[in-house]
Design a protein around this ligand. Structure first.
Ligand SMILES: *Cc1c(COP(=O)(O)O)cnc(C)c1O
Length: 417
């Protein structure tokens, strides 16, 4: 079978047109940081396959966990049943999460986990007798996913403008990147608190829309303001969590806790899709005392046992420790190599405009490093286990790409990640 020809004929790739689609490469297998292509060549995955492959591809412990689970129970509905991998995973997440954030709702992707978090905020306010609080306050420059509610909480001027007509309108505070004193967050919250059910942000690191690192003081201000109005604060740790920026949770830098937290991407170490929304005891208590007392969500594949088994093996690897050190090494190499914006295992070179597609492909081929620049960001977010020689090659590729002449404006198609 000519796979690439049939791919072109039948398949829509993410953020791609079916007319003259950008090239795709046929992957045969993967191990560690390396992808093996159909022609036998290798590429080092410098973007952790959209930031989820934390321990390297096809980690033997995770693969074995999935295999063993598949022999016992691949799936069962989660309404009316439970199973060992889900219970173990909830226990692990509760132990790893900030103290008190131990009520776990499983979701099948990050976007769904965000929708679940938003619904928790609404049900919380409803149970408290404030049904007019049914919008959220989010931050400009944020990204929370591609489903309708998650799009509506992402940067209103970003990649989802086309769908503005179908999205509920929420409130937005300025992107946390100017002068802290000028930030309008409290002003927005004061003005609209009667309608605001919850506040959501990506703590410390706004990833897919802005590649923006920001000060922990922003989070402390959000915490204080939310407390004043009894509004739950949601931290979306889907990209930044699980050591990507250094600490286990990015928000640890602020010394405060959210009321609700979303986890995804690296949760299964990039092996199968799974995400989770964690709520505090207080939030869970209020929702469960409301009418209805049930939390109103339940996806078909909720807590899929194979995904839970993968996540258990992934979290076991994180628990064995050493990840803060691994990330510190990546940060050190990125800085030594002169990458201008670095936080933990994230290195970004901002350019006025991306190079032409042909230049991007050439740099990938020359360095044997897989890069996926977007908007005006040339970046690496490699697996946390990437060794120093591979990190140096990744940096060389980043710098080479950044030195290419600007290409034509690629438009919406290349907006995403
Ligand atoms: C990727 C991402 C999501 C969406 O996760 P999916 O699994 O792609 O649905 C949500 N929030 C943040 C911060 C993300 O980076």
């Amino acid at each position: 079978m000519n796979y690439l020809a049939y791919d072109r004929r039948y398949i829509w790739h993410p953020y791609a047109s079916l007319k003259d689609p950008p090239p795709v490469r046929l992957v045969k297998s993967a191990a560690g940081t390396e992808l093996e292509l159909a022609d036998g060549s290798h590429l080092t995955d410098a973007v952790s396959s959209w930031w989820c492959v934390a321990h390297g591809h096809n980690h033997p412990k995770i693969v074995e966990a999935i295999r063993r689970q598949s022999e016992k129970l691949s799936h069962v509905m989660f309404g009316g049943f439970t199973h060992e991998p889900a219970v173990e995973l909830a226990w692990r997440l509760a132990k790893m999460a900030p103290a008190g954030l131990d009520k776990v709702f499983f979701a099948d992707s990050g976007s769904i986990a965000v929708e679940v978090a938003a619904k928790m905020c609404i049900q919380y306010q409803h149970a408290k007798g404030r049904p007019n609080r049914r919008k959220l306050l989010a931050l400009k420059g944020g990204y929370h996913g591609d489903t309708a509610c998650a799009m509506a909480l992402s940067d209103p001027d970003g990649m989802h403008v086309l769908f503005a007509g179908m999205m509920p309108k929420h409130f937005f505070a300025a992107m946390p990147n100017g002068k802290l004193d000028d930030w309008d967050f409290e002003k927005e919250l004061d003005a609209h608190q009667a309608e605001i059910a919850g506040v959501i942000c990506e703590p410390i690191f706004q990833a897919a829309n802005a590649m923006n690192f920001y000060d922990a003081e922003y989070l402390r201000r959000m915490r204080r303001a939310c407390d004043a109005y009894d509004i739950p604060l949601v931290f979306d740790e889907i990209a930044a969590g699980l050591y990507r920026t250094g600490p286990r949770w990015a928000h640890e830098r602020a010394g405060i806790k959210p009321d609700i937290m979303t986890v995804g991407k690296a949760l299964t170490g990039g092996h199968i899709t799974l995400a989770a929304t964690l709520a505090s005891e207080a939030v869970a208590d209020v929702i469960s005392s409301g009418t209805p007392s049930a939390f109103m969500h339940g996806p078909t594949y909720m807590a899929n046992p194979l995904a839970c088994a993968a996540a258990n093996a992934s979290l076991e690897l994180f628990a064995q420790g050493g990840y803060e050190e691994k990330v510190a090494q990546i940060e050190r190499v990125f800085k030594e190599e002169g990458i201008p914006q670095v936080l933990g295992a994230v290195g970004v070179i901002k350019v006025p405009c991306l190079p032409a597609r042909a230049d991007i492909e050439r740099v990938i081929d020359e360095h044997r490093v897989w890069l996926r620049p977007f908007c005006n960001f040339i970046y690496a977010m490699p697996p946390l286990t990437t060794d120093e020689p591979a990190l140096r090659r990744i940096c060389a590729a980043l710098k080479d790409l950044a030195a290419c002449p600007p290409g034509p404006d690629l438009g919406e198609g290349d907006f995403h990640e």
